[in-house]
Design a protein. Structure first.
Length: 331
């Protein structure tokens, strides 16, 4: 693990695009050790002036939607443009032991072998809140290391999807045709979050169904309130397997940035995200500091027990714990 006297050297190497330094920085950020956390803060302070230049793209889809195949196709295409691509792959199902590393290497074999690509799996261990913060910081490290496109990928399940949408500039939802999937997508509020909708597997016998599904999405979008006045989310189709439709998708990402650049939309979005992340972090830290106190934990547990055995109402329990905390703070 990095030490303080190695920090200067690591920062210099990271800014020069050294992948080993980037990986070391990431490991530092992911460490829960308090000394490492302090060092991670220093590292982030140092690299901060060198961030903000990349495109931040979020990609989600249900398992089997073709995310890794799509990432290979899109990432591969972007590499041919001479750009550098980083993928942060969040896997809510993988344990903190990091067992998914090999899995991701085989999932995206082309990208993992490419010189100008970098893949980082992020095991979540079930703590989604902390994952957002870490993912944001990993994304910043990639930017400082000169990656032009940073993709954050996750499976499309509930909260993780919402969290990702708040981290990235452009949120791409990868969908499948037919089997009621489109209705499910609409119900889940995907339509309100997505900046680009892509129906994958537009090949073979599936093409007619893909076309129908795309039409359905387009129709539903016309009656939906826009996320940004300047951007109408397009519905595109592709075959990730045959690498078809990929250039149009990249063009849509470019268009998104051009439109959002007008009137400072992107700057405003990023500022809002930064402040939201900070607010959330302060809240989390405050809560953790309070609950680190045994007396507060005891009071909290007691209130839960009392409510469970019906000796006090939930409302009285909340008031009791809150009053206790406020009294302690005021002393
Ligand atoms: P993920 O779980 O979302 O990462 O999905 P994968 O990329 O692993 O793909 C799941 C399965 O769908 C694999 O068998 C892929 O070969 C297949 N697949 C992915 N993209 C396409 C596509 O565009 N067309 C077809 N026919 N199959 C695809």
């Amino acid at each position: 693990m990095l030490s303080l006297d190695q920090l200067d050297n690591t920062v210099a190497r990271l800014l020069a695009g050294d992948r080993v330094a980037l990986a070391q920085g990431m490991t530092l950020i992911e460490s829960v050790h308090p000394a490492h956390q302090a060092l991670a803060t220093l590292l982030l302070d140092r690299i901060m002036p060198h961030t903000g230049m990349a495109k931040r793209l979020g990609i989600t889809g249900v398992p089997g939607a073709g995310k890794s195949t799509f990432l290979e196709a899109l990432g591969g295409y972007v590499l041919t443009l001479g750009l550098k691509v980083a993928v942060i792959a969040i896997d809510p199902s993988s344990p903190l032991s990091g067992g998914s590393i090999l899995g991701d290497k085989t999932r995206m074999s082309l990208l993992s072998r490419a010189q100008r690509a970098f893949i980082r799996p992020v095991p979540t261990g079930g703590y989604l809140g902390g994952t957002s913060r870490r993912t944001r910081e990993l994304m910043l490290l990639c930017e400082a290391a000169g990656y032009d496109l940073v993709i954050v990928e996750t499976v499309g399940v509930g909260q993780s999807e919402v969290d990702i949408a708040r981290l990235v500039d452009c949120f791409l939802s990868l969908q499948l045709a037919g089997a009621g999937d489109e209705l499910q997508g609409i119900k889940k509020g995907i339509m309100e979050m997505a900046d680009i909708i892509v129906i994958n597997k537009d090949d073979g016998d599936n093409r007619a169904r893909v076309m129908l599904t795309a039409q359905m999405y387009r129709a539903s979008l016309t009656i939906m309130r826009r996320k940004y006045p300047a951007w109408a989310p397009p519905v595109l189709t592709c075959s990730a397997l045959e690498a078809r439709g990929i250039t149009d998708i990249w063009r849509a990402v470019d268009d998104f940035y051009q439109r959002m650049a007008v009137d400072g939309g992107l700057t405003a979005l990023r500022k809002r995200q930064q402040l939201d992340a900070m607010r959330k972090q302060i809240e989390e830290n405050t809560l953790a500091a309070l609950f680190a106190r045994d007396d507060i934990q005891d009071r909290y547990r007691r209130a839960l027990e009392q409510v469970e055995n019906h000796s006090v109402s939930p409302r009285a329990g909340v008031e009791d714990v809150t009053r206790y905390i406020v009294e302690k703070i005021n002393h």
